[in-house]
Design a protein around this ligand. Structure first.
Ligand code: 5RP
Length: 237
C-alpha cells in the first residue's frame, strides 16, 4: 500500500471518533488533510460539527469542503483534535512542525479534551529525534536566539546542527504567525522533557515541536500483506 493509502486508513479510523455536534481541532499536513477530506464528505451528507483549523492551509481546505469553522477565541474548549505527527514514541510523545504549523497545532491540541494523532506506522519510533526538531522563533535577534538555542540543546544533553529552515525559493520559511523555524538535527533526544524545558528558557523561542503529555492516542496504519492494519497507542475514548 502507498503512503497516501495508509494515511487515509488512519484518517478513516479517526473519523469514527467524530460525533454530531462535536467541536473539532483540525490538524495540518498531508495526513490531517486526508482526515479533513473525509470529514468534508460526512458534512456534505449532513453531519453537523464545527472545526477550528490549525493553519491557514487547513482553513482554506475545510472552507472549500463546506465544513463550519470557528476561531479558538469563539470556541476555547474543543472536544477532539485530529492531527498528524512527524514522530511518535511509545509514551505518545511527539515531534511536530514539519509543516511549520507547530504553534497553532499545540495551542489547539492543548485546548482539546482529546488529541488523537493519525500517521502511517513509519512515524512510530523508539526514541524521538531522527526527524529534525522544529523550533519556532521570533525574527528579532535571530542570530543571538539561534546561539542560545544551541547552548540549550547542549545543556539538555543533545548535540547536532541547528539550521534555519529555507523554502524552495531559498528564503526563510515563515509560519502563519510570521515567525521562522530552526530545525535541530539531533539524531536522538534521550530526554525530551529536559530538552523542552531548556528550549522554553530561551527568549525568542516562540514554541518548540516537542508535544509532551498532550496526545491521548495515536492511530498508526501499517501495510501488512497489502492491507492497511491499524494499531492504536493510548486510549481513543
Ligand atoms: C505540521 C505537522 C504535521 O502534522 C506533520 O509534519 C506530519 O505531516 P504529514 O502528515 O504530512 O506527514 O506537524 O506542522
Amino acid at each position: 500500500m502507498s503512503g497516501p493509502d495508509l494515511r487515509r486508513a488512519a484518517a478513516a479510523r479517526a473519523l469514527e471518533l467524530v460525533e454530531p455536534g462535536m467541536r473539532l481541532g483540525l490538524g495540518t499536513g498531508s495526513t490531517a488533510a486526508a482526515f479533513v477530506d473525509l470529514l468534508g464528505a460526512r458534512v456534505r451528507d449532513g453531519l453537523d460539527v464545527v472545526g477550528v483549523p490549525t493553519s491557514e492551509a487547513t482553513r482554506r481546505q475545510a472552507q472549500g469542503l463546506g465544513i463550519r469553522l470557528a476561531t479558538l477565541d469563539e470556541l476555547p474548549h474543543l472536544d477532539l483534535t485530529i492531527d498528524g505527527a512527524d514522530e511518535v514514541d511509545n509514551n505518545l510523545r511527539l515531534i511536530k512542525g514539519g509543516g511549520a504549523a507547530l504553534l497553532r497545532e499545540k495551542i489547539v491540541a492543548c485546548a482539546s479534551h482529546r488529541m488523537v494523532v493519525i500517521a502511517d506506522a513509519s512515524k512510530h519510533v523508539a526514541t524521538l529525534g531522527a526527524f529534525p526538531l522544529p523550533i519556532e522563533v521570533n525574527l528579532f535577534g535571530l542570530t543571538a536566539t539561534q546561539q542560545a538555542v544551541e547552548e540549550a540543546i547542549a545543556a539538555a544533553g543533545c548535540r547536532g546542527p541547528v539550521d534555519l529552515r529555507l523554502g524552495p525559493d531559498g528564503h526563510p520559511v515563515k509560519t502563519d504567525g510570521g515567525h521562522v523555524i530552526l530545525d535541530a538535527k539531533l539524531g536522538r533526544i534521550p530526554d525530551p522533557e529536559r530538552l523542552g524545558t531548556a528550549l522554553w528558557s530561551v527568549p525568542g523561542v516562540v514554541e518548540h515541536g516537542l508535544f509532551l503529555g498532550i496526545a491521548t492516542a495515536a492511530i498508526l496504519a501499517a501495510d501488512v500483506g497489502g492491507q492497511a492494519e491499524v494499531t492504536i497507542l493510548g486510549r481513543l475514548a
